[in-house]
Design a protein around this ligand. Structure first.
Ligand SMILES: Nc1ncnc2c1ncn2[C@@H]1O[C@H](COP(=O)(O)OP(=O)(O)OP(=O)(O)O)[C@@H](O)[C@H]1O
Length: 358
């Protein structure tokens, strides 16, 4: 477990958090600009000091009222928004910079492994100014990993990248999450990134924790802004049954039901997650058989919520659906909900286009 208790004042801004975070998987610190995400991450790293803070990592005290370990004495890697590589060193020497400075007995990760994981073997002899933004950031992540950190802190590592570079780097971040046993705390204000990567979510606002918990639960909580936004979505855990059923489609098993999606690079047996926008889900009382939709999932109505949020739309409702152990969101018109006479516990079919699943 990671314990992170901090109170800190910077100008008009005050941070006041007392967090208990899992010491595995990816925890996203999420919130709008100025909510205190970076300040909290810097506190965790020991880059900000304020008396009274407390940081305990897997039983090891990094700071409390009696002492403060400076950042270089904490076994962590830190990735900044902009990759800060040494411009005069080739990629390989940037990578080896931290690796060569830790004792051999602590070198848990080896250069070859990290180079393969991040797909940077073609870049080793280049200088940083010969790399794209996404490549630079992958090298920066590699350099942080090669210090064999016990905790990886990432401050919006994709903030300065264009959409193409983001799409290029995300699969590598997923591999990092899935293949290395290093907890990651990941700052972001982009919900698409968070839904792809995070297991646990901390929602910050004005330096305070508004909510924290399991990603799936928070996304579908009717009282939180996620389910109330235009881009309300659910993230569902699934397993790949067949990576290629033809026509570029893959078959997933999701709570004992089958789902077809169009995504490349999946492998049979692999666990994966799908993100489905609430507005992409259509509901039906009987399973239709003569329309183009690929996916028809049996669900049960949990509840029906009026549209909420900053600009509520009275013509819409949010239907929360039970799908095995998971929750699926559907945003439909109030008129449809009334016409179908939807009510709690009712069985209903959720129809989802294969191409609508991210
Ligand atoms: N040294 C400082 N002096 C005064 N104010 C500061 C200082 N450092 C941070 N702040 C303020 O603290 C607030 C939180 O900043 P922080 O960078 O942590 O937010 P953030 O959520 O990471 O935002 P962004 O997504 O824009 O990076 C901001 O209002 C910022 O202006």
């Amino acid at each position: 477990m990671i314990q992170a208790d901090f109170q800190l004042q910077r100008g008009n801004f005050s941070l006041d958090v007392a967090l208990r975070l899992p010491s595995s998987g990816v925890t996203a610190l999420f919130g709008r600009s100025g909510s205190g995400k970076t300040t909290l991450l810097r506190c965790m790293a020991g880059l900000e000091y304020q008396p009274g803070g407390r940081m305990v990592f897997q039983g090891e005290v990094w700071q409390n009222s009696k002492g403060f370990r400076p950042v270089h004495q904490r076994p962590l890697g830190y990735v900044f928004q902009e990759a800060s590589l040494f411009p005069h060193l080739r990629v390989i020497n940037n990578l080896l910079y931290g690796y060569q400075r830790i004792p051999a007995t602590q070198q848990q990760l080896q250069p070859d492994q990290v180079i393969e994981l991040l797909g940077i073997s073609e870049l080793l002899q280049r200088y940083p100014d010969q790399l794209s933004g996404g490549q630079r950031q992958r090298v920066a992540i590699g350099r942080a990993l090669l210090t064999s950190p016990q905790l990886l802190l990432m401050d919006e590592p994709m903030a300065s990248l264009d959409a193409t570079s983001k799409a290029e780097i995300l699969p590598f971040l997923e591999r990092l999450r899935d293949e290395l046993d290093i907890p990651i705390v990941y700052v972001s204000h982009a919900i698409e990134e968070v839904t792809r990567l995070a297991d646990h979510l901390v929602l910050l606002d004005h330096g305070q924790v508004v909510a924290q918990g399991d990603l799936q639960q928070l996304l579908t909580d009717p009282n939180l802004p996620f389910s109330q936004s235009e881009t309300a979505s659910s993230v569902l855990q699934a397993r790949v049954v067949n990576a290629d059923v033809g026509d570029g489609l893959s078959e997933l098993q999701l709570e004992h039901q089958s789902m077809l999606i169009s995504r490349c690079g999946l492998q049979k047996g692999q666990a994966t997650r799908v993100r489905i926008l609430a507005r992409d889900v259509v509901l039906a009382l009987t399973p239709p058989d003569d329309i183009s939709l690929l996916n028809c999932l049996e669900t049960q109505v949990l509840d029906i919520q009026p549209d909420a949020g900053l600009n509520p739309n009275p013509s819409q409702v949010l239907v929360r659906l039970q799908l095995g152990q998971q929750t699926l969101l559907a945003r439909i018109s109030k008129r449809s909900a009334e016409r179908m006479a939807l009510k709690e516990n009712q069985g209903v079919y959720a129809l989802i286009k294969g191409v609508a699943v991210a």
